[in-house]
Design a protein around this ligand. Sequence first.
Ligand code: ZN
Length: 532
Amino acid sequence: MSPSSGKKERLFIFDTTLRDGAQTQGVDFSVEDKRQIALALDNLGVDYIEGGWPGANPTDTAFFAERPALKHARFTAFGMTKRAGRSAANDPSLAPVLDAKVDSICLVGKTSAYQVRVALEISLEDNLDNIARSMEAILARGREPLFDAEHFFDGYKADPDYAFACLKTAHEAGAQWLVLCDTNGGTMPEDVFRIVSEVKAKLPDARLGIHAHNDTEQAVAVSLAAIRAGVRQVQGTLNGLGERCGNANLCSLLPNLMLKEPFASQFETGVSFENLKQLTHVSRLLDEILNRAPDRYAAYVGSSAFTHKGGLHVSAVAKSPETYEHVPPDKVGNKRAMPVSAQSGRANVAANLTIGGGKPDLASLLRDVKHREFQGYSYDDAAASFELLALRQQKTLPRYFTVDRFSVTVESMRDRDDQLVSRAHAAVELLVAGEKIRNTGSGNGPVNALDAALRMDLGKYSSYLADLRLVDYKVRILTTGTEAVTRVTVESADGKGNRWSTVGVSENIVDASFEALTDSIIYKLYRDEAPA
Ligand SMILES: [Zn+2]
């Protein structure tokens, strides 16, 4: 359901994560990745999902061969206006786009006279003809034509008449949307506002869109300026993926449009306030698919976006969250956090207990935290170990398994190339539900080997751990009190996009790692309600 008031104007959200986002350095979507992301975007409520460029590469061709089961969004193919000297149907790069089973087709075409001369090396008239014939070809296939006006702002600054002529040509040939692209991402918001206003005045019945890049860290600001000047379609990507520095970040744009004035009162999108609560999840899901650590400092959806650490902030937020929060975190599906540390008060400790039932003795738990911080533990970045500490204090944590003994050996030897290579082997003896289990594992280091051995077979709990992955491992050597100790922090993830961190401390790195690894497993078993 859309938030409707009757008076609000409809603003259309066009997602290009799967097309422009696929041009991000280090990003390589599989067909299945694309399908999963498309379904998440559709559930969120975006209006257009640009899936890629059919015919341009095997992944995109395969993705378009089987249309994802979208409920709301218009499935959209991307391509380029036809080249000069050929008909649209005979252009080998345009034909597969026109044949794609989609609702809409978005074709990029040059609108900068300079780019037409230098990059295309054709006449300005031929370029106009290519734009017109391409839009007509889309209409003839019964699809909705969108025109991506490449380099529009740069082109308009240099030669406004020609840039405008390109738009007018596309409009008259039937384009339903004229999307103004700041392709090189260098235009300032004030200039975007002025240029969009001029276009709007000259072409009042055209529907305009904006496609901004983040090369000056202003893609969101540029998009908002364009909306204020009259565009009604905004293009962007999840987490701001995209060519070079990325596109306008939908994870910031959407909440700005829905929660901030003047936009909130003026517009409605296809994303309901209920669906906006999925935003943090969708953002993390994308990172999970890309096997990337989420940006903890991201606006709205980052894990630090509503984290309060300073003592003054924490005590004020405990009284009223508005003291240090510009919007409530649950509006975007994020969570407030106040990491536990030696500076914490009882309110802070209580706020960090999210999975356990019961009522821990907060004063004694706080004493425990302070004592353990003195030993070298840190719960600032290991909230899962803190939760386990509270459960152990209340004696409500089931004893899922007991480790009787473990050993690790590291073997180094010369390989055929006379290089010294190491291999680690671990053995673990466990008691699970009265049954003795002996596991072995190996890896390129002692921690990998131990992790492999621990999880090789955990009896009835093995199925709970099938999707557990170690995603980060940090080691610090600290001097506490009189001696040096090692603190290991492990970050784990599962197939549902959950992430959690655990900590271990010991005089040696193997014991510290083992403690952090077992805490990670125990936390997952408890959270997923594995039987005791
Ligand atoms: Zn782009």
